[in-house]
Unconditional design. Structure first.
Length: 367
């Protein structure tokens, strides 16, 4: 546990906070893109220790949360069919679809299984040639290489009973969409270190230059985040708008080129709907033509579903940073981790789940 201790040192944390207070002269608004970073900020109370007026804006960086409702409904429609094994990471099982979730569908007899890697689903398909095995492939650029390798391996094995229900999304188009919103208050970004470990940060450089926003690639421990916030504030105070790398122990500018090559081989960029946010052009990945035979939507013909979001849930406003979870009238009452109205309350990276786990309560009017 040596490295965790080093990045959670309370003495160093106090020094970084003191330096931040001495540097900041304005009430800056900084968005952390990643849901894992949100959980660290809220769990450790970092967002409440910042200089007066400075605010962390919690962004749409939870891949489970932004998986569109139609994908969940498609997954349940597929899982309900006889002869199907639907596989997924555990987070997805309790995310509400239009009428139910995958966990309740499994309780009614559907063969829904938790896997820990997409290759587990490939092995299931090889072991059960009489069953159709579907992997629910969600996430940002971080999980795309492993999913690409699973498709390549299934192709090498000649499996005809393995498909993926793909709902990959990309970070830079989401950042651009947020910055294009005339009501956007974000003045700097903390970029997700694990995404940049795969993709590098070259894609962020034109965003920083065009929109005049500092972007700091940041890790996930308390000291990572405090140093990333300080680096962003130093840039803001100096009027600089560059991409900087706080997470130098894991990220390089070019990223992991072998992983990028696998993603480019298997996937192509497409338009994508983001749950609670809407349709964003060129913001997702889909299987390229050579691998279209592994597309579960085509295999099972589930592309005509028309889902309806819960009218009470304000997940979209939470995911874009426009509202806090505690602004929601249902937060902590009609919406809890055991009975969520929306994905941000059930996902391990969701902002609502982070606030609820930290004991944050509703303290202001939502009228």
């Amino acid at each position: 546990m040596k490295y965790l201790d080093e990045y959670r040192d309370p003495v160093l944390a106090r020094r970084l906070l003191d330096e931040l207070r001495a540097t900041a002269t304005r009430p800056w608004r900084i968005m952390e893109v990643c849901g894992g970073q949100t959980h660290t900020l809220v769990r450790q109370g970092i967002d409440e220790l910042l200089p007066a007026g400075m605010r962390m804006v919690h962004g749409p960086g939870c891949p489970v949360c932004v998986t569109p409702l139609e994908t969940l409904d498609r997954a349940m429609a597929i899982a309900a069919r006889p002869g199907v094994i639907l596989t997924s990471f555990g987070d997805m099982l309790r995310v509400p679809g239009t009428r139910a979730d995958l966990l309740s569908l499994r309780a009614r007899g559907a063969d829904v299984r938790v896997v820990y890697a997409p290759m587990d689903a490939v092995r299931l398909a090889a072991a059960h040639p009489d069953r159709q095995v579907v992997f629910l492939a969600v996430g940002f650029e971080t999980t795309a290489p492993a999913n690409a390798m699973a498709v390549l391996h299934a192709a090498r094995l000649g499996l005809s009973n393995f498909t993926m229900l793909v709902s990959h999304v990309l970070v830079p188009p989401a950042m651009t969409a947020l910055l294009e919103d005339p009501d956007c208050e974000v003045q700097a970004f903390l970029a997700a270190g694990h995404v940049c470990a795969v993709m590098g940060w070259r894609e962020y450089e034109p965003i920083a230059a065009h929109y005049r926003v500092p972007i700091v690639v940041t890790g996930f421990e308390p000291l990572d985040l405090l140093e990333g916030i300080l680096m962003a504030v130093v840039q803001l105070e100096a009027g600089r708008y560059e991409v900087e790398n706080q997470y130098a122990r894991a990220v390089r500018r070019a990223g992991n080129t072998a992983a990028q090559d696998a993603v480019r081989r298997v996937f192509r960029v497409t338009d994508r709907s983001w749950r609670g946010i809407g349709h964003l052009p060129s913001s997702g990945l889909e299987l390229a033509g050579e691998y279209a035979r592994f597309d579960a939507v085509r295999r099972f013909h589930v592309d005509g579903l028309r889902p309806a979001e819960d009218a009470e849930c304000i997940a979209g406003a939470v995911l874009t940073g426009a509202r806090l979870p505690t602004d929601c009238p249902a937060y902590g009452t009609r919406c809890t981790p055991r009975h969520p109205l929306g994905a941000p309350m059930v996902s391990s990276e969701g902002t609502c789940a982070a606030f609820h786990a930290a004991g944050r309560t509703r303290t202001r009017s939502t009228t």
